[in-house]
Design a binder for this molecule. Structure first.
Ligand code: ADP
Length: 246
């Protein structure tokens, strides 16, 4: 990628207070993300992946280090978590317009309808969250995260609670949405296949404290297809990631 970074992370550390001198979750993490790049952060449980996303989202302050956005101001950020966290008393459409509540309603609804189409939920605008499958709920969460046209989309194991088949279908969907909307994405996952199917680069974090152990370029052509997952090259990349994790 030749363009200059949209996001630069330098020597980022996070220590949580405990009774034992502090728990180091992240240790001097540095990396860059270019515009429209899809970066996956892969690591074992407890390696500080969620902590990293929370720092980037501005929810948590790092203990040391810097997060620099090229725009020099806090960018618009969309976030999707493992659970969709939809408001049960609001319909699909009303959940998606939620972040735009204070803006022009007609405009919010028209943007939400566009996104409903993008994520493949036409016909479900008036349904309630309890009527949705896990995959559908995550589509709503994705549409909600996209509605204010974020500069950076942060995904924290967004498909972690879905069954394997739905999860794989969502990879194709997310890939398509990412290409259509040209977003910069940082996605946390502990699935090697997921990271290779979706990302341009995979950062592997070590077990606690999280450090960047490998920054792997995923040189698989796009659009990614299911067949690619059975190729020798995919297997080779998967092996590199697996070795880095262990
Ligand atoms: P991951 O997402 O890779 O599973 P986390 O970022 O959730 O890892 O957590 C990294 C480490 O930091 C874990 O040991 C976790 O228990 C600890 N941790 C996370 N958040 C807090 C917090 N708010 N207070 C104390 N410890 C925390």
């Amino acid at each position: 990628m030749t363009s200059s970074p949209i996001l630069t992370i330098r020597d980022l550390s996070a220590v949580f207070p405990d009774n034992n001198g502090g728990l180091q979750a992240l240790e001097r993490i540095s990396f860059e993300v270019c515009p429209r790049e899809f970066v996956a952060v892969l690591g074992p449980s407890g390696s500080g992946k969620s902590t990293l996303l929370r720092i980037l989202a501005g929810i948590l302050r790092p203990t040391a280090g810097e997060v620099d956005f090229a725009s020099h101001q806090q960018p618009r950020i969309g976030m999707v978590f493992q659970q969709a966290n939809l408001m049960p008393w609001r319909t699909v459409l009303q959940n998606i317009t939620l972040p735009l509540e204070l803006e022009n309603e007609a405009q919010a609804v028209s943007r939400a309808r566009e996104l409903i189409e993008l994520v493949g939920l036409q016909g479900f605008e008036s349904n309630w969250p309890r009527e949705l499958s896990g995959g559908m709920a995550q589509r709503v969460a994705l549409a909600r995260a996209l509605i204010h046209d974020p500069d950076l989309l942060l995904l924290d194991e967004p498909f972690g609670s879905l069954d394997a088949l739905t999860r794989e279908r969502m990879w194709t969907e997310l890939s398509r949405i990412w290409q259509a909307r040209q977003k910069t994405v940082l996605m946390v996952t502990h699935s090697i296949s997921e990271s290779l199917f979706l990302a341009d680069r995979v950062l592997v974090l070590t077990a606690r404290p999280g450090r960047v152990k490998l920054d792997l370029k995923v040189d698989l052509p796009r659009p990614r297809t299911d067949e690619m997952r059975y190729t020798a090259h995919f297997g080779k990349l998967a092996r590199k990631l697996k070795e880095a994790i262990e």
